[in-house]
Design a protein around this ligand. Structure first.
Ligand SMILES: *[C@@H]1O[C@H](CO)[C@@H](O)[C@H](O)[C@H]1NC(C)=O
Length: 233
């Protein structure tokens, strides 16, 4: 999920690979999850479930012109084995407005329901894999873009989107803006044995993507910061 172009992040990933089992042991009490995209075309959800995975985030869209072709089968598969699941949108602030992308996301699998099995949609905003790290935006313009996406998502679904990011990217590209912490749950990516310093505005994280390998499961590895009842809420 995270671009490998950013040197600082690569360094963290290398650190993480040194001791994945430590992370696993430390977090065993919390619900585990995976996130998958079109890179994982044939997920065996029964096996994922049998391995103890409780939740999944599934990529739905990117920008305003890309839908994950595997989305429907992945989302249905996760649902059928009883996982709590949600979808995510890969932000492309360089191609269209936040409102346009939130609308596209909601129209293509990013909606939300209070059915107890649907996680709020997530905005995956991170190192640009295609060009300039901050998509050519100033910090203020980036904050405005994220706010536009977040407010549009909220007005369409009733909930604020989860924000997936890294502390380093958030500092670099938003000036470490602290104004989302009171509304948007944080899904922090850090491939290390501890979650580390969070971006400004958040005093705790909701999800932690602690490794880019969920092996033996597909996708990236995540843990929820709470218990199962909290995840359902
Ligand atoms: C966040 O960014 C907005 C827009 O640039 C700015 O007005 C606001 O003061 C910032 N807030 C914090 C807490 O960083």
């Amino acid at each position: 999920m995270v671009s490998i172009k950013a040197p600082s992040f690569l360094a963290m990933a290398v650190t993480a690979l040194a001791s994945p089992s430590d992370v696993t042991l430390a977090k065993r009490a919390n619900p585990y999850g995976i996130d998958v995209s079109g890179h994982q075309p044939s997920v065996n959800w029964k096996t994922v479930k049998a391995n103890g995975i409780v939740f999944a985030y599934i990529k739905a869209t990117e920008g305003t012109g890309f839908k994950n072709p595997e989305f429907n089968s992945q989302y249905t598969g996760a649902t059928n084995v009883g996982l709590t699941r949600g979808s995510y949108h890969f932000a492309r602030p360089d191609v269209s407005t936040g409102a346009a992308q939130a609308t596209y996301f909601v129209a293509n699998g990013g909606g939300w329901s209070s059915d107890g099995i649907t996680l709020p949609g997530a905005l995956d905003i991170e190192y640009n894999p295609y060009g300039a790290t901050c998509y050519g935006k100033t910090q203020a313009a980036m904050v405005t873009w994220i706010r536009d996406f977040s407010n549009t998502y909220k007005s369409k679904t009733g909930v604020y989107p989860v924000i997936y990011t890294t502390t380093d990217w958030w500092k670099t590209c938003t000036g470490n803006n602290g104004s989302f912490g009171s509304t948007n749950p944080l899904w922090i990516a850090r491939y290390a044995s501890a979650v580390g310093t969070l971006p400004n505005g958040w005093s705790f994280h909701t999800f932690w993507q602690y490794s880019n390998s969920a092996s033996p499961n597909p996708g990236d590895a995540n843990v929820f910061n709470g218990d199962l009842a909290g995840l359902k809420r």
